[in-house]
Write a protein that binds this ligand. Structure first.
Ligand code: NAD
Length: 332
């Protein structure tokens, strides 16, 4: 079986981690034709946009992409390319597992969570305007369609992976209409799935509980902005942004990318951890049904982590991005 897969290297540290992940995945012997598609800051001058049409076309054609992070300027400049990509390809569910890995020592041992984040609306849609000169208004959009769809995805995922519980996270005590609608949808979908335990929790309480007793939680489903924040919190439980992968699942395509951003201060230094994007690649291989190759990569990653050598700075080592990838390839 051969595959055409779009590879979007991205900005900042993107190109170096994407290259590391590509080398490891290729070393499994799978026949992959990587279609390179550049997006982000670097292409604005060439194409007049950070998200050229041919990049979208490539993902639509191949239906699968592995993506590095893309920079979004703060407070000014172009809108988020990540948000545009998710909206244009209707990538409605952002699935971000946070699982303790053997060999990575943190304060927590048995974390095995999946954050399922609604990916197309909420405050994250970036619909805002100035009201006069001294006020600004941001609009939080929550729809029944998107809320039910992401909740269904969470329950389906729970069942597929043999998980026990779905927790809907919200702030419906304050945002009675918008988060109230999300919660109503979550409860409706829960009723359709009586085999899976369901509970709901207010987002601030959820954050405290995740820090205190993360092992009590399983699949978490929530609107976009809470998902953005809670998934970084969960990354912190298992070793940080350097080891936390993600998948954007949609009707037309699936785009796999790490939770972390483009970390510009580390760009070009061959320094950061390639695991987050590599584990996103492992999620991609499972999505393609290539479980054996995925398992082999996980075995090699486990062996490198256990050995405690060839680790990047965030895991207490001094190895570079490419060295860590080399060590994983050696263990394959
Ligand atoms: P960031 O995730 O890029 O980096 C925060 C810190 O986390 C880094 O300084 C570094 O210390 C650490 N880190 C991140 N990735 C790491 C890795 N692979 N290995 C080791 N350490 C790592 O967050 P930021 O600095 O807030 O954002 C930078 C840019 O990335 C912004 O423009 C933001 O909009 C963008 N961003 C993009 C995405 C995406 O493409 N999906 C996601 C988040 C942020």
């Amino acid at each position: 079986m051969s595959y055409n897969i779009t590879l979007i290297p991205g900005d900042g540290i993107g190109p170096e981690i994407a290259e590391a992940a590509r080398r490891v995945i290729d070393a499994t012997g799978l026949d992959i034709n990587w279609e390179m598609a550049e997006a982000g800051e670097a292409v604005i001058e060439r194409y007049g946009t950070p998200l050229p049409e041919h990049v979208l076309e490539s993902v639509k054609k191949n239906r699968v992409a592995l993506k590095g992070p893309l920079t979004t300027p703060v407070g000014k400049g172009f809108r988020s390319v990540n948000v545009a990509l998710r909206q244009k390809l209707n990538l409605y569910a952002n699935v971000r597992p946070a699982k303790s890995l053997q060999g990575i020592v943190t304060r927590y041992r048995d974390v095995d969570l999946i954050v399922v984040r609604e990916n197309t609306e909420d405050l994250y849609a970036g619909v805002e305007h100035l009201v006069g000169r001294d006020a600004a208004e941001g609009i939080k959009i929550i729809t029944r369609e998107a809320s039910e769809r992401v909740c269904r995805h969470a329950f389906d995922l729970a069942r597929k992976q043999g998980r026990k519980k779905v927790t809907a996270v919200h702030k419906a005590n304050i945002l009675k209409l918008s988060d109230g609608l999300f919660l109503e949808c979550a409860r409706k979908v829960a009723e359709e799935n009586p085999d899976i335990e369901f509970e709901d929790m207010i987002v601030d309480a959820m954050c405290m509980k995740l820090v205190q007793t993360p092992e009590r939680y399983d699949v978490l489903v929530m609107p976009n902005l809470y998902g953005d924040i809670v998934s970084d919190l969960c990354a912190g439980l298992v070793g940080g942004l350097g080891v936390t992968p993600g998948a954007n699942i949609g009707t037309e395509a699936a785009v796999f990318e790490p939770v972390h951003g483009s970390a510009p201060k580390h760009a070009g230094k061959n320094k950061v951890n390639p695991l987050a994007i590599l584990l996103s690649g492992v999620m991609m291989l499972r999505h393609l049904g290539e479980d054996r190759a995925a398992g082999r990569i996980m075995g090699a990653v486990g062996a490198v982590l256990e050995a405690g050598e060839s680790l990047t700075y965030d895991l207490g080592g001094t190895a570079g991005t490419s060295h860590m990838a080399d060590a994983i390839i050696e263990r394959l």
